[in-house]
Design a protein around this ligand. Sequence first.
Ligand SMILES: C[S@@+](CC[C@H](N)C(=O)[O-])C[C@H]1O[C@@H](n2cnc3c(N)ncnc32)[C@H](O)[C@@H]1O
Length: 187
Amino acid sequence: MKEIYNQILKLTNEELDAMDMSAFKINDNVPVQWFYGLSGREHYRLLAHISSMFEYETLCDVGTYQGSSAVALGASSYNRVKSFDLLAQPEIEYIKKDNIEFILDDVRHHNDVLKASPIIMFDVDHDGTFEDLFYKHLLDIKYKGIMIVDDINLNAAMWRFWASIKQTKTEITRIGHWSGTGIVLFD
Ligand SMILES: C[S@@+](CC[C@H](N)C(=O)[O-])C[C@H]1O[C@@H](n2cnc3c(N)ncnc32)[C@H](O)[C@@H]1O
């Protein structure tokens, strides 16, 4: 996974911004309009590119909301995406992609999915509570892979959470989300 981690660090805005995101359009509202934003402003191009770096893997999305991160992670139909949320979201009704599964449950009940996933996209409530619990859970199950964390610069709770991570990590906001994108290598 270190090789993939290093490849992600080398991605440029130019290559991400050259991606044609129109192929993802489902209707005028799905994915939400910010899905199409340029890299460094929005992170969906980054996620779609990361999807293309894998084949025949199941990628994990924690925090579904309106399904945009799941759609981006599912860009390569060679991969499956399992997207977890605790609350039902009406927008995901429109997302009928064979390779994306939405699951209403605590992801910590799905250790088989977590342990098999080379990429975990993590984007929940940003108050630091579940962030701490989930990080501890990944350590407890000895997760090996890459976690992408959204919104690491959003607020003090997220700064503290990001600072608490002991593994190899890099801030990649320049190619991710304006509110802060981090990448963590669990090896
Ligand atoms: C910022 S939104 C996610 C946005 C989504 N990743 C995207 O890019 O479109 C946060 C979501 O996390 C969900 N959430 C909060 N706590 C959670 C938890 N413990 N497990 C899974 N989802 C959670 C919320 O219900 C909300 O839908």
